[in-house]
Design a protein around this ligand. Structure first.
Ligand SMILES: NC(=O)c1ccc[n+]([C@@H]2O[C@H](COP(=O)([O-])OP(=O)(O)OC[C@H]3O[C@@H](n4cnc5c(N)ncnc54)[C@H](OP(=O)(O)O)[C@@H]3O)[C@@H](O)[C@H]2O)c1
Length: 305
């Protein structure tokens, strides 16, 4: 059982990762910034984690000494900081080299495969920065697993992929493209469970773990069909041609355009699904870990009724 250090345990994914790590009986450590202990919400999360058995270590991604000292306790490092901060992992990579002994590093990605998305001119470097971190890890020969879990269910699905809305539509729905390109959603708790399953698994070493679980891969036409069945009503469908979607993305300032960018990547370009997983450097999580019982999209949509 590897010892695991998680950076970002007060965050939404990091908290789930810490619990999944404990659930799998890994000795679990969290690197926590001093400021989190005096924030009421975060300190409550930290108390729960500490009571459950997580060892909390003070430090930050800006403090090399704290990183090296924390990493010396563990075999595995998982980073779950926000996307806009991914380049802050450069010092972490240096600390992993300095500390030595890390058998696996899982950098903060947890989305679409950054090497495969094709929107770099609109996304303000969202994906290219994640790729930059990948190349640094590989150049330093740090053992890694990249997690390409596609969309969290809490992202875009609560509005049935209607950028700007907070709940699924009851009358009219807008569909980018012709609605036949398939996208993927995975529950964040399941992402955490799949991630933790990889850490001692040689089959995931120096590979990308993709998550495209059966029951969670649908095109927009199918998603709308499922929702219509659940609410017992037909929606008026409006299809937006690809060029009009791109025009809207360009006209909307960053970061307000990002929901549209993500919906475009998935449901127009097929960046989540329309490629073969190359077994030399990729594996499908549900094939490796059939024991993980994940939430399906249909079950998730039931919670929105
Ligand atoms: N696929 C999807 O649909 C999707 C959706 C959302 C997020 N994600 C991915 O999930 C990952 C985590 O995102 P999240 O939304 O869970 O993040 P989050 O809730 O914003 O949490 C970020 C965590 O990082 C910590 N942190 C930030 N800067 C730090 C630093 N300099 N030193 C140490 N800790 C630091 C924060 O600690 P403090 O408490 O000290 O602030 C917090 O615990 C990202 O890779 C993101 O891309 C994917």
């Amino acid at each position: 059982m590897s010892k695991i250090l998680i950076i970002g345990v007060t965050g939404t994914l990091g908290y789930d990762l810490a619990n999944a790590s404990l659930q799998a009986s890994h000795p679990t450590f969290g690197l926590v910034r001093e400021s989190a202990f005096s924030d009421p919400n975060k300190s409550e999360k930290l108390r729960l984690l500490s009571d459950a058995g997580v060892t909390l270590l003070k430090g930050s991604l800006q403090d090399e000494h704290s990183l090296v000292e924390a990493i010396k306790h563990v075999d595995v490092v998982i980073c779950a900081i926000p996307s806009k901060q991914v380049l802050d992992q450069k010092l972490l990579i240096r600390a992993i080299k300095l500390a030595g002994g890390v058998k696996r590093f899982i950098p903060s990605e947890f989305g679409l495969d950054p090497d495969r998305t094709r929107v770099s001119e609109f996304d303000n470097g969202f994906y290219s920065k994640k790729s930059e971190i990948r190349r640094l890890i590989e150049a330093e020969y740090i053992p890694y697993t990249y997690i390409s879990c596609n969309f969290f269910m809490r992202y875009l699905l609560p509005s049935l992929v209607q950028p700007g809305l907070k709940s699924p539509p009851r009358d009219k729905v807008t569909i980018y493209g012709d609605g036949t390109v398939k996208g993927v959603f995975v529950n964040q708790h399941d992402v955490a469970a799949f991630t933790i399953a990889t850490v001692d698994d040689i089959r995931a070493l120096n590979k990308t773990l993709y998550l495209r679980p059966p029951g969670n891969v649908y095109c927009m036409n199918e998603l709308v069909d499922i929702w219509e069945t659940k609410i017992g009503k037909k929606l008026e469908r409006t299809y937006v041609p690809e060029n009009d979607v791109l025009k809207k993305i360009k006209e909307t300032p960053h970061p307000d355009n990002m929901e549209m960018v993500f919906a475009y990547c998935a449901f127009v370009k097929g960046d989540q699904t329309y490629f073969d997983i190359n077994e030399a450097n990729g594996v499908e999580g549900t094939h490796l870990y059939p024991q993980i019982k994940y939430t399906t999209i249909s079950h998730y949509l039931d919670t929105l009724l």
